[in-house]
Design a protein around this ligand. Structure first.
Ligand code: WT7
Length: 651
């Protein structure tokens, strides 16, 4: 990033929302009165919204049960089915022929899938799972490219109450195996492969590798034929998706489940240990997916075409590629391929070709496209766009301004949305026709969301930075960490003694009450909008036979936001030439253990790592060295003083 955090905080530009639109929340005043309704009686307000926005099989009797906090329960007593809310409901309203999904492959193949067609396929897939013995509460792991079948399997799970866990297709067999074992999934749904950069990214062989050892819980693997790459089929275990679905009826009764029935598990990295399985439940998540679509994106399902570029392997893909748009009965775009293939105009071409009106992507993608030059967006007709969104990391004002001017032609409000895997949906975001925006600020909390910036003791700070907390439970909050209640408490609630949810981000609130997110305060990196635990990468590195010790930190990176920088000490001595070769090996090793997104950008070897006398690795010092900055930390407690010079030279 060419701008520093100081320059972001020095940002004073403000942009008024465009006039002459009837937004779903039409003015700042309307926003404030909704917020006020929540502060006057939050239960009653949630009750009204949940009653109005969801189709209930049987009504709930209790809005929020806090008795077992922080294990909150929402809308107790109610029953509903998520797929019914996303499909049957709209078809019953006469929208069966509307496009639910517009899918485009990298090679340019396009599929339009109507609500009726989507429902028929979801039912067939749900029936196929039932035939395989999958029942409510069973876990199903989904390891797929960005194809409609990914959304179909997710919805099919919800139709029968199975709990899905989507694993990002670029994760390694080892990462897949860890997730299968943690969820104890009975079924894995995958594809032969996906299309990427003009070639094929094989998936089924990764499943085979993951299942070659352990993973005893898996009984079947269902395989979508998509990329046409050669795969082996293991007798009894492996089944062809198309044959399995063909044999089934296109009717499947939606199972009404309890509001709190587990909906999905999605793994995310933290500062300690292996990734944790974030658990979401049905009603609260669905309500917030729908409301934030309507509020933050001002979604008008009858006229909008919504495109969120995230993969379904991430929470953004869950909530805003699939569940949010479908819960509203609108059209969602799915693209299988890289944004720069065959040229950096690809995203803008897709926007123009499919008349996209609302576009949602990550700052890292914006920065990469800025670099490619304005001629790419300028070749395409972007006049249909009306709202632009960003997510995943702080957006630097320079990128914000480019997005605003070059993509939005100064017409489109930008919604910078702060949220997390754990929050299920947006927490802080402008309302496009109500909230004035400032480049780099996610602006104000959404109605019903109680945000504060506090110091280490939990006292609200009035100016300067602090820690971001949520002071009240919200319907789409995580319900726990799969199989590890204690970790849920320790990670999110321990810090403020059960009073506040601790998000792990630093933030500042300005004089207008606007929120400026300053990044993670824990040992979590944000690389291209993806969360990576430093410890996870360190464990991957030390699992290599040549490595004695490793410390991983982030350093600023123009496009990715943060780059992964690894400091490594080896078991034996190596000369420069073999160090080079070893660095290549270690990168491959991390790719194998976790996936290419975790691959270190820099690897620096040294005889030892800088530690305090009590043996703690001095991470702040390493961050300064990694960034090539002047050293700001106190090195007087450093055990071996010569180590700093060695590390600085080790590039
Ligand atoms: C972390 C959550 C939520 C979908 C994508 C990432 C960072 C997210 C913003 C934003 C500044 C942001 C935070 C957060 N983050 N959105 N608009 N501005 N930072 O989900 O992998 O769960 O990561 O991403 O650090 O804690 P995730």
């Amino acid at each position: 990033m060419s701008e520093t955090i100081e320059s972001i905080l020095d940002e004073h530009r403000s942009f008024k929302p465009p006039q002459g639109h009837q937004g779903n929340i039409a003015s700042l005043q309307a926003y404030h009165s909704l917020c006020e309704a929540f502060s006057n009686d939050s239960d009653a307000t949630w009750k009204d919204l949940a009653t109005e926005h969801l189709n209930w099989k049987s009504p709930f009797s209790n809005v929020l049960n806090q008795q077992n906090a922080p294990f909150f329960r929402w809308f107790e007593g109610g029953t509903l089915n998520l797929s019914e809310n996303c499909l049957d409901r709209h078809i019953d309203a006469g929208l069966g022929e509307r496009n639910a999904i517009i899918w485009e492959s990298e090679a340019g193949e396009v599929r339009h899938i109507s609500y009726s067609e989507l429902l028929a396929n979801v039912c067939r897939a749900a029936n196929a799972m039932l035939t395989l013995g999958i029942r409510a509460g069973d876990r199903v792991v989904i390891y797929m490219p960005m194809i409609p079948e990914a959304a179909i399997t997710m919805l099919a799970c919800t139709r029968i109450g199975a709990i899905h866990s989507v694993v990002f297709g670029a994760f390694s067999p080892q990462a897949l195996k860890d997730r299968i074992e943690d969820t104890q999934a009975r079924l894995v749904i995958t594809a032969d492969g996906g299309g990427r950069r003009g070639g094929v990214h094989a998936l089924k062989p990764n499943v085979d590798a993951a299942l070659s050892e352990g993973c005893q819980s898996v009984e079947h693997v269902l395989i979508v034929r998509h990329a046409g790459n050669d795969i082996e089929m293991k007798a009894q275990r492996d089944l062809n998706w198309h044959e399995a679905l063909h044999a089934e009826s296109e009717h499947c009764e939606p199972l009404a489940v309890d509001s709190e029935h587990p909906l999905f598990i999605l793994y995310t990295s933290g500062s300690t240990g292996k990734p944790k399985g974030i658990l979401h439940s049905t009603a609260g998540y669905l309500l917030w997916a729908r409301l934030t679509m309507l509020w933050t994106f001002d979604f008008k399902p009858e006229s909008d075409v919504f495109w969120c570029t995230a993969d379904v392997g991430w929470i953004t893909g869950h909530t805003y590629s699939v569940y949010g748009p479908l819960a509203c009965g609108g059209t969602t775009v799915m693209y299988e391929g890289v944004p720069t293939y065959p040229d950096p105009g690809r995203l803008w071409k897709i926007c123009a070709d499919h008349d996209v009106t609302i576009f949602y992507t990550a700052p890292t993608a914006i920065r990469a496209l800025i670099k490619a030059g304005d001629e790419w967006p300028n070749q395409h007709d972007l006049s249909g766009l009306r709202i632009l969104g960003t997510v995943g990391e702080p957006i630097n004002p320079e990128a914000w301004m480019w997005y605003h001017n070059v993509i939005g032609k100064g017409r489109c409000p930008i919604v910078d949305t702060w949220w997390q895997t754990e929050t299920g949906g947006h927490m802080i975001a402008p309302l496009p026709y109500a909230t004035p925006t400032k480049p780099g600020s996610a602006t104000l909390p959404l109605p019903g969301i109680d945000i504060a910036v506090v110091d280490e003791e939990g006292q609200e700070v009035s100016d300067g930075g602090g820690l971001l907390v949520l002071r009240k439970p919200w319907p789409s909050m995580l319900r726990g960490v799969w199989g590890d209640d204690q970790r849920y408490i320790d990670t999110y609630w321990e810090k403020f003694k059960g009073k506040y949810y601790f998000a792990g981000d630093g933030a500042r609130r300005d004089e207008d009450g606007y929120m400026w997110i300053m990044g993670r305060v824990d040992d979590v990196l944000n690389v291209s909008g993806h969360r990576l635990g430093t410890m996870e990468i360190e464990s991957a590195l030390v699992s290599h036979e040549a490595v004695a010790e490793a410390a991983v930190v982030g350093r600023p990176h123009d496009i990715k936001g943060e780059a992964v920088c690894a400091f490594v000490t080896l078991k034996g001595d190596v000369d420069d030439a073999s160090a080079q070769a070893l660095a290549t090996q270690l990168r491959a090793h991390v790719t194998k253990e976790i996936g290419a997104i975790a691959k270190p950008d820099d690897i620096r070897f040294s005889n030892s790592l800088p530690k305090t006398r009590s043996g703690k690795i001095m991470r702040r010092l390493l961050r300064d060295i990694a960034a090539g900055r002047e050293i700001t930390s106190d090195t007087s407690t450093l055990e071996d003083q010569s180590v700093v010079q060695q590390l600085q030279k080790s590039r």
